[in-house]
Ligand binder design. Structure first.
Ligand SMILES: Cc1ncc(COP(=O)(O)O)c(C=O)c1O
Length: 417
């Protein structure tokens, strides 16, 4: 009855069942996986949206429907100004709007690849890309990211090997990455561009978290700033959107900037426009709010950044007290990764840790395997840094206490313990 692309295993894992059971009992559960800013009291974006909507309601233009498949020109001009502030010259004609970044990916996958083709994604990573690729009949192939003392780095040899395989059409770079929070290192950016050029692949850089850097990055840290139209540049698509940038997931407005050698870029734009025209999924009314919202960005951004930094600093202090634990380095992003080395001779199971968190602390965190971390002897828990500081503090401390207890139990069970 159903297509292979929708033949997922929909059964729930032990963690999902434990969450469901706890909720059914009416027992409290704090969700430390929540990455929805509007549920975490980050509301400056919402206030700016309410003002922009009131202005739109007062404007007779909202009563007419004159769709532009690339999105309203005023919105694309505002997007070009946003990128210009980050040192990157973008023509509004290089911009195509989409109803969310996920839809932007779907458009790009349709533009670049046929069923059976592959896209390269950094691994570990957010499991969204397998779904998005699978729905277009594509598969993802992982390129490892390694945690080094200088932060997460792409395995450049693996990248070159994978990029040379038949059927590979595009390479994704997430900047900064989810969940590691690492910006793409300039040397890795150069390797990505060289590889895409050599193999004729498209580079897709997802920069939705670009403004969540704990310390604003030097411009050289931006992939978007590498946009160029020289003949030997790769075809490059930059994705961004209101959901993370403006902490406004409810707006459902995102965009794709198309860059690269002029002829190839213009052809890509014309085809992308035809795809967008097929759906016309972006509401011109909501997209019309974008200029005002991008103007309000500094206030939204500083509230967001303050929240991320405060929660991360608090978490770092508690993790430092936990033997065998470390907070993995990050430069931005909404998540933090607590990595645990097992006590000597013992093993720590990520799923068991996450389950103990739910059942004994009433706190839900993502186990590392959700993001496809290496299956090594370390256990990882991934926490959202968005919740309000007080409940975040209470939940993170309760979770870490349970983790410490689990670690002690593992020591006792171990042959050397
Ligand atoms: C790296 C990354 N890109 C894109 C998205 C989806 O963004 P949107 O809400 O605009 O579809 C997510 C969602 O968490 C994400 O982690």
């Amino acid at each position: 009855m159903f297509a292979r692309r929708a033949a997922w295993d929909l059964s729930r894992n032990a963690l999902a069942l434990a969450v469901e059971a706890r909720r059914a009992r009416g027992a409290p559960l704090f969700d430390l996986t929540d990455a929805n800013p509007t549920r975490c009291g980050i509301l400056d974006g919402g206030a700016a949206l309410a003002r922009a909507l009131a202005a739109a309601a007062a404007d007779g233009a909202t009563r007419r429907y004159e769709p532009d498949p690339r999105g309203p020109r005023a919105a694309r001009e505002a997007i070009a100004r946003y990128h210009a502030r980050a040192g990157c010259a973008v023509d509004p004609d290089q911009v195509v709007l989409s109803a969310g970044t996920s839809e932007g990916y779907a458009h790009l996958f349709r533009l670049l690849a046929d069923p059976g083709d592959h896209v390269l994604v950094p691994r570990p990573g957010y499991p969204l890309f397998e779904m998005l690729a699978g729905l277009e009949g594509l598969t993802t192939r992982g390129v490892p990211l390694h945690c080094t003392p200088a932060g997460f780095r792409l395995d450049a040899d693996a990248l070159r090997r994978e990029a040379a395989l038949p059927g590979v059409r595009a390479v994704l770079a997430i900047h900064p990455h989810n969940p590691t929070g690492a910006f793409v290192h300039p040397d890795d950016a150069a390797a990505l561009r060289a590889c895409c050029r050599a193999q004729g692949l498209a580079l897709i850089s997802d920069e939705v978290f670009a403004e969540s850097a704990f310390d604003p990055p030097p411009e050289a840290g931006r992939l978007a700033s590498l946009l160029d139209d020289r003949d030997d540049a790769p075809l490059h698509f930059v994705l961004s959107g209101a959901s993370k940038l403006l902490a406004l997931p409810q707006l459902k407005v995102s965009w794709i900037v198309v860059a690269g050698p002029r002829r190839l870029r213009d052809e890509a734009l014309a085809r992308l426009e035809a795809i967008a025209d097929t759906y016309l999924s972006v509401s011109p009314v909501l997209a019309g709010c974008l200029p005002a919202l991008l103007e309000a960005r500094p206030a939204i951004e500083s509230a967001l950044r303050a929240r991320l930094r405060a929660n991360r600093a608090a978490l770092a202090a508690w993790v430092a007290e936990l033997p065998g634990a470390q907070l993995l380095p990050a430069e931005g992003g909404f998540a933090a990764i607590v990595e645990l080395a097992p006590p000597e001779g013992a093993a720590l199971d990520e799923e068991a840790l996450a389950l103990a968190g739910v059942e004994r602390a009433g706190v839900l965190a993502h186990p590392g395997f959700f993001f496809d971390f290496d299956d090594d002897d370390r256990a990882r828990l991934v926490l959202s840094l968005l919740p309000e500081p007080e409940p975040f503090a209470a939940a993170a401390r309760a979770l870490l206490e349970v983790v410490a207890e689990e670690s002690r139990r593992a020591t006792l069970r171990s042959p050397v313990g």
